[in-house]
Each structure stands twice: as structure tokens, then as C-alpha cells.
Design a binder for this molecule. Sequence first.
Ligand code: GLV
Length: 316
Amino acid sequence: MKVLITRKLPGEPEKLLKKNGFKVSVYKEDKAIPRGEFLEKIKDADAVLSLLTEKIDKEAIDNFSKCKIVANCAVGYNNIDIAYAKERKLIVTNTPYVLTDATADLTVALILACVRRLREGEQMMRENKFDGWKPNMLLGFDLKGKTVGIIGAGRIGRATARRLKGFGVKIIYFDRKKRDEFETEFLSTRVNLKELMKQSDIISVHLPLSKETHHIINKENLSLMKKSAIIVNTSRGDILEEKALIRLLKQKKIFAAGFDVYENEPNINPDLRTLENVFLLPHIGSATVETRAAMALLAANNIINVLNGKEPITPV
Ligand code: GLV
């Protein structure tokens, strides 16, 4: 049976797949496989190990002639038409659990970068503009005693809250369901989105992208933020109405924002690059050697299970 891997990945999932007797083809270039080539190559694949850069829409799914599983090497799966996959009895898996800690670590890095103005400080050093310690230079704010609003209290939201607890913050959350364990662990209360936007000093976004969550943090919600507050997003860009956020940042109506994800990646809104009060990262939430290898191997193991007639490990 044939497995298509759409990019060379850490962890060498192709070795594991070959050891299990599969024929593996890997798209060799370090860029997204061109659409035409992808549509062609999936025609005779029994399984596809895909990335979030591949759109697995109706057209792609109709090109599968014998594919049983799409193992997406990401926790998010908004690149896949799940409803149509289900209709076509195609199994879809993702890579939860293994990237939770790496993503939460990066979220905390973004938060610290924003509240302590790391970007401006770093730029000052590179431009050789540091002319001595000054009592009023690059003042940020303390985390201690502040209120953190976690939007989406699932695995990554919770791991982020766990890390932030050590800074002495108060944690509130918004989620479509009440999360009892989250509430007990962080002495936290569930609030509606508007309340969260109003009360929080630090807002961290951890929702999966779906029709329901697209632009859930809209212009109206964003306008409720405190002037001293920051917002960071390590989930998906489309959850935030980016233009409205950029407007607030331009007018200095909030303190700062940290982005790891964007609407319309990788063509980010050019205004972002000109703003002082933003910290920009290129979608690297799970980008550690260990985590990326674990994700690729989990995806490969999902394929091995399904092609051997067993249950997938992490089905969507
Ligand atoms: C990365 O963005 C992922 O969804 O794993």
C-alpha cells in the first residue's frame, strides 16, 4: 500500500512507514506541494500524511480513489472539509496532546515579549541605539496581580494557564462549555466573551477554527479591551478580526498584541510590519525538534493502524 507524505518531516515518519511494509513517497522540496502535483499524487495513495498547508477540500477528496486516511500533521484541521470526508467515509486524524506543551511555552514567550517590550529592546540593540540605562526606558508591566483571560480552555489553554499561574495572575476563561477541572485547578470562573475582553489585562486565544469561531473575536469585542491590555494568538488567525485589531493597535487603544498566526498566511497584512506595539512570529507554536518529530510519528502511527484495519489513535 502507498503512503504519500506531503513534505520532508522531522522524526523520519517515512522510515517507520517503510518498516511497516508500506511504499512511501515524500514530496522532497521544503515548500508546500503544488496543488496540481498534490491532486495527481493522491490519486493512487492509500493514505496521505498531510500538513496544514494542503487544502483537502471536496475537489481533493474526489481525487482519492482508494485513500482510507488523511493523517494531518497538526492539531488544527481547518484545512480539511471534515463534513465531506465523513460523507466519503474517509478517516481524518490530527496530532493533539504531543504539541500542547510546546505551544503553551510559545504562548508564554509571546506574552512576555509583549508585556516587557522585547521587540523594541532587541531592535534598539541591533540598531546600536542603547546609550545607557535609563529609569524610564521601555517600561512594560508586571504580570503579578493581573487578570489573564483564556479564550478556549482546552488542552493548550489549560497548559498556558498552568504556566501563567506561576506568575501570580488571576485567571478567567471563556469556553462554550463549563470546564470544571480548569475551574478547580486555577480557581477560575467562566465568563462570557464580552466580560473576558473587558476584565482581562492579558488575553490569550486557544480556540480551534471552525464556522462558529471564525471572527468570534470581532471589532465589537476587541473594542472592549482595556487600553493597558495585550492580546496574543497562537491558534488560528481567522479567529480574530485582524483588521479591527490592527486599527486598535495603530490608534494605541491597547498596549500590544502578539501574533503567531494570521489571517491569510503567509501573506500577512503589511501594516503589521510597521507597528511598534506588535510582536510577530511565523506560526512556530509547535516548532521544536521533539514536538515536530512526535507529531509526524503520531500521524504515521495513525496511518499504520488504519491501513492494518485497526482504530486510529487520534481521530478527528
Ligand atoms: C499548528 O498550527 C497545528 O494546528 O498543529
